[in-house]
Design a protein around this ligand. Structure first.
Ligand code: TEU
Length: 551
């Protein structure tokens, strides 16, 4: 009954609050999504990943869920969601939902109950520990992902604390408790029975915590990470969900796994272990920073990127399955990133990056707006941003004696809000996203970069993505068993690789610089150009950011 449809999926991520607003309140909604399904079909995608639409106080834009069985009213109703699922399916588009079960909102009825009643039956749903020194100090020195301490005092308690790896409004769930795991299965079944096709599992490799709860060596960020990343019962918990729920549906799961490694990914995604279908690894998004921390910015290097691609493509070959992405709602935009350029060669370089990642072996993801080349928002001040993460970072920076202004500038440039500004549909006042002021500013370049303009220009990035999608669909036999071969591992300017299998092969050659690059045309073997970002090609020369797909 279960099929491997995830290997043929071309997935489009929708960030609902910024996608399309149907009722003019400046906030995207489900009816807005329904109105754009034909657009997605035209682009060619066959699956949507929806960031959370569940009921939520929206401290972390819906990644803090207060009711898993209902919809946040500004997004619409459950009936709207049912209609969306049907309308998508009618167009051959599957839907996977975000599943946020490492933590809930502090407004979830379970957490509210323990905050109000000492003997609440839900106490064991969360991770509650007595503080040290009669409750004056937290149980451990751990710190979380949003530059906060990981423990906060439980409301109405003198000496007890609860664990939260994200904002203090996002208490972590206690997966050691079998009752909690049954609740999670109930949630999964509810949505699968409603017709959902699977889940993108938020920070899923944090669900199992080491039970010793001991202090760790203090770090500038994520002190104690070994206690909560890839914990001892992670695989057991995931297999339990698979066996008791997923096994009965033709569903798929993609796990968001922070700080993952190839051996870990093989364990998580190898089909015989029955845990997840694929994972997101973030190694390539760390090719322009130090230690995996985006604020420690450094110049991108193609060699670093190629090393990471080689590691993951070779590592999972015939053992697991890769996901492929260059943007999402937590990352700044790819225009101007990964060697691409904002300004001169903007279109050529966006196409070059697009081809390079999209045709690797794995399931590709496109984040809303990426297909038309939306850029960063270029925020001028904190007031223009909305994200809880950047607010916390600003507080941290205020406590640092030096370089405050420089650090704040970097924080604005890498802020998650860069990817969260409204989808630009046309050049009207509110970019066709809404008929009134949106919850966060519209990009200043909406007059040039919008869906309408992209569709009208046959040379646009939108049409280029359409072609990449068709190629990927038409060549799925090669890709499913495809072996990745890096053709120029030592070049710091050219990314060239071959994907080959018993069913055939193709080659991608891409110049990641704004200069012409000489190369040996023997690389092209006897193949013909199927797609490129230039009309004419030179024999032994690649033009700035020129990319070639050869078959
Ligand atoms: O992200 C997990 C995560 O690790 C990121 O928050 C990361 O720390 C951050 O992007 C670095 O800039 C997931 C969701 O994708 C994110 O939106 C949520 O805020 C987070 O989990 C908590 O649910």
């Amino acid at each position: 009954m279960r099929t491997n449809w995830f290997k043929d999926a071309i997935i489009y991520q929708i960030y609902p609050r910024s996608f399309c607003d149907s009722d003019g309140d400046g906030f995207g909604d489900i009816k807005g999504i329904i109105s754009k399904l034909d657009y997605l079909k035209e682009l060619g995608v066959n699956c949507i990943w929806l960031s959370p639409i569940y009921d939520s106080p929206q401290v972390d834009n819906g990644y803090d869920i207060s009711n898993y069985y209902d919809i946040y009213p500004p997004f619409g109703t459950l009936d709207n969601a049912k209609k969306m699922i049907k309308e998508a399916h009618d167009r051959g588009i599957r839907i996977i939902m975000d599943l946020v079960v490492n933590h809930t909102s502090n407004q979830h009825k379970w957490f509210k109950d323990i905050s109000e009643h000492k003997d609440s039956p839900y106490r064991d749903y969360y991770i509650i520990k007595k503080g040290k020194k009669n409750g004056k100090k937290p149980p451990t020195n751990w710190s979380g992902f949003f530059s906060e301490k990981a423990w906060t005092k439980l409301p109405n308690s003198d000496d007890e604390y609860y664990l939260h790896l994200f904002a203090k409004e996002q208490p972590d769930l206690n997966w050691e408790n079998p009752k909690l795991r049954e609740e999670v299965k109930k949630i999964l079944k509810f949505w699968l029975d409603l017709g959902i096709d699977g889940f993108r599992c938020d920070v899923i490799n944090l669900i199992s915590k080491r039970q010793e709860f001991k202090n760790s060596f203090p770090l500038p960020a994520l002190t104690g990470f070994k206690n909560f990343i890839n914990g001892p019962r992670l695989h057991e918990f995931l297999h339990e969900l698979y066996k008791d729920v997923y096994a009965n549906y033709d569903s798929m799961t993609v796990g968001e796994t922070v700080f993952s490694t190839v051996p870990r990914a093989i364990e998580l995604t190898s089909p015989d272990r029955q845990e997840l279908e694929m994972i997101f690894n973030f190694d390539h998004t760390d090719t322009d920073n130090y230690f995996g921390i985006k604020y420690f910015y450094r110049k991108f290097s193609l060699k670093r990127l190629k090393k990471v691609v080689r590691k993951w493509q070779d590592g999972l070959y015939q053992k697991g399955w890769n996901s492929l992405f260059i943007e999402n709602h937590d990352q700044r935009r790819s225009v101007g990133r990964f060697g691409s350029s904002e300004g001169e060669y903007q279109l050529e370089s966006s196409k070059c990056i697009a081809m390079s990642y999209f045709l690797l072996v794995g399931t590709p993801f496109i984040y809303q707006g990426q297909e038309i080349g939306m850029t960063n928002a270029h925020f001028k001040s904190l007031e223009e941003t909305r994200d809880v993460e950047i607010r916390n970072i600003y507080k941290t920076i205020d406590n640092i004696p030096f370089f405050k202004n420089k650090l704040k500038k970097i924080a604005l440039e890498v802020s998650r809000d860069n990817a969260r500004t409204p989808m630009c549909w046309d050049n009207s006042e509110f970019a066709g996203f809404s008929t009134s002021q949106s919850w966060i500013k519209v990009n200043d370049n909406k007059d040039k970069i919008n869906v309408k303009a992209s569709k009208e220009d046959e040379n646009s990035l939108f049409h280029f993505y359409q072609k990449l999608i068709s190629f990927k669909k038409d060549n799925s036999d090669i890709i499913k068993n495809g072996k990745y071969i890096d053709l120029l591992p030592n070049s710091k300017n050219i990314f060239a690789y071959k994907i080959c299998s018993g069913s055939g092969e193709y080659i991608v050659i891409a110049n990641f610089t704004r200069q012409e690059q000489k190369y040996n045309s023997l690389l092209k073997a006897d193949k013909k150009v199927v797609l490129s970002n230039y009309k004419d090609h030179k024999d032994n020369l690649l033009q700035p950011y020129e990319c070639l797909l050869l078959k």
